[in-house]
Design a protein around this ligand. Structure first.
Ligand code: IMP
Length: 179
């Protein structure tokens, strides 16, 4: 499909599944090399990272723990800047190496908030593994440790990402078509 229609908007094909999966394989190998001798706690950030999380964990294929958290800052096609904790991370992170699995880093405010919270709770090291990164949209001091694909500041859907809950289940990624 080269175009999809979601609610009031049209999206065009942007990144194919093959490229996404290739970037995840490369990322998993990098994380595994860095985590030698460490049992990291992966925290998958719902809902957007659900598809990426399964793929990253399969490719990682090593000793680790996994849990989930849910935060929200987005409504429609823009970030709201105020972070809400919808599902808290209940695991004890004291002294742990934590790797946050995120679908996309846009303004960076969500990840900054989560990192500060985990550090306050005693995590020894907190890293970010993000499938997508919009470097031009970043508004805070944040550097994702593992980045799948960097993209310009366009609004995208698919591979877990949504437009008001629509479009998450497409395997390819689509970008908003200017009308
Ligand atoms: P940030 O706090 O601005 O970095 O935003 C992070 C969250 O906003 C991500 O986890 C996504 O859920 C959402 N988001 C950011 N950019 C997009 C996009 O282009 N499409 C869909 N969701 C997005």
């Amino acid at each position: 499909m080269t175009c999809i229609r979601l609610k009031d908007k049209t999206f065009e094909l942007f990144i194919r599944e093959e490229e996404i999966l290739q970037s995840i394989t490369t990322m998993a190998a990098r994380i595994k090399a860095d985590m030698e001798g460490i049992q990291p706690l992966f925290i998958s950030i719902l809902k957007g990272a659900y598809m990426f999380t399964g793929e990253l964990m399969r490719a990682y294929d090593g000793d680790c723990e996994i849990t989930f958290g849910r935060f929200s800052s987005y409504q429609g096609t823009s970030s709201q800047g105020v972070i809400k904790e919808l599902v808290p991370v209940l695991e004890d992170v004291t002294g742990r190496t934590v790797i946050l699995i995120e679908d996309i880093v846009d303004t960076g405010l969500t990840m900054k908030y989560v990192i500060e919270q985990l550090k306050r709770k005693g995590a020894a090291d907190v890293r970010i593994a993000t499938l997508l990164f919009k470097p031009d949209s970043l508004v805070c001091d944040l550097k994702p440790d593992y980045i799948g694909i960097s993209i310009p500041s366009v609004f995208i859907v698919g591979h877990g990402l949504d437009y008001d809950e629509a479009g998450r289940c497409y395997k390819d990624i689509y970008k908003l078509k200017e009308e």
